[in-house]
Design a binder for this molecule. Structure first.
Ligand SMILES: [Zn+2]
Ligand SMILES: [Zn+2]
Length: 246
């Protein structure tokens, strides 16, 4: 834990206040969420897309989500923990834009419990990278904090700079499928000088939000070209199962 993080931990002790509503909680509450907030989150139900892991409505009669039926993906399998809604959004905004990096460790614990439901082992865990300047402004990469906590709990090596983001990309929100693809064209690369061998490796990529999967796909293509054998992707929150704007 760095000095700044230690300071924040003292200012906002992560197990005394609920990370969603800020009410006082006891230290035994999972993920530092109070009982009310834990109820408000849209947790994984019985139905998930068998390819990307997106949460599906009980009434949806297929086992692939709209995106996976329409486009397919460059990764092998995906997992997620909650559906992105009002409360999930609030926690992520606090985490990313209000400097509360300790929330990442709580979300890393959520990811860990999600992966305990799967019988999967990985050689490496890596976060989706941020553009260097943007990360310097924020002070941390939200995906990397979550990934390193998950990796520590799984006992798997975490490589925060396995990939780099070569340029600033537009926010994906509001972009259609084609624009998303264009926005990410050539945006990711294997980090130069990385000594980790990717040939025949099983890799778990981590991000905070999964919507159409275009970011995970772009990262997966780079890993695949570098020889990775299998690529699975894990996010904290996923978008709803619906057709994206064209
Ligand atoms: Zn709460
Ligand atoms: Zn899917």
């Amino acid at each position: 834990m760095g000095i700044i993080e230690t300071g924040l931990e003292l200012l906002y002790p992560s197990n005394i206040y609920c990370i969603s509503c800020g009410s006082i909680i006891d230290k035994t509450r999972p993920y530092a969420l109070c009982d009310e907030c834990i109820e408000k989150f849209h947790w994984l139900g019985k139905k998930t897309c068998r390819k990307c892991g997106k949460i599906l409505e009980e009434s949806y009669h297929r086992d692939l989500c709209w995106d996976c039926r329409t486009y397919g993906h460059d990764f092998d399998r995906g997992y997620t923990c909650v559906q992105y809604g009002l409360y999930e959004r609030g926690v992520l905004l606090d985490y990313k834009y209000r400097g509360k990096s300790y929330i990442g460790r709580k979300l890393g614990d959520v990811l860990y419990d999600r992966m305990r439901l799967e019988e999967e082992d990985f050689d490496l865990i890596a976060p989706v990278p941020m553009y260097g300047k943007k990360q310097a402004q924020r002070g941390f990469n939200q995906a990397a904090v979550m990934a390193s906590r998950l990796a520590w709990r799984m006992g798997t090596p975490c490589v925060p700079n396995l990939l780099i983001r070569r340029r600033r990309t537009l926010p994906m929100k509001g972009l259609g499928a084609f624009e998303r693809q264009q926005n990410l064209e050539g945006a990711f690369a294997a980090a130069p000088g990385n000594h980790y061998k990717l040939e025949d490796r099983r890799i778990l990529l981590v991000d905070d939000i999964y919507t159409t999967g275009s970011t995970m796909d772009a990262c997966s293509r780079v890993l695949r070209e570098a020889g990775a054998k299998e690529i699975h992707v894990l996010s904290f929150a996923c978008g709803a199962n619906k057709a994206p704007k064209q």
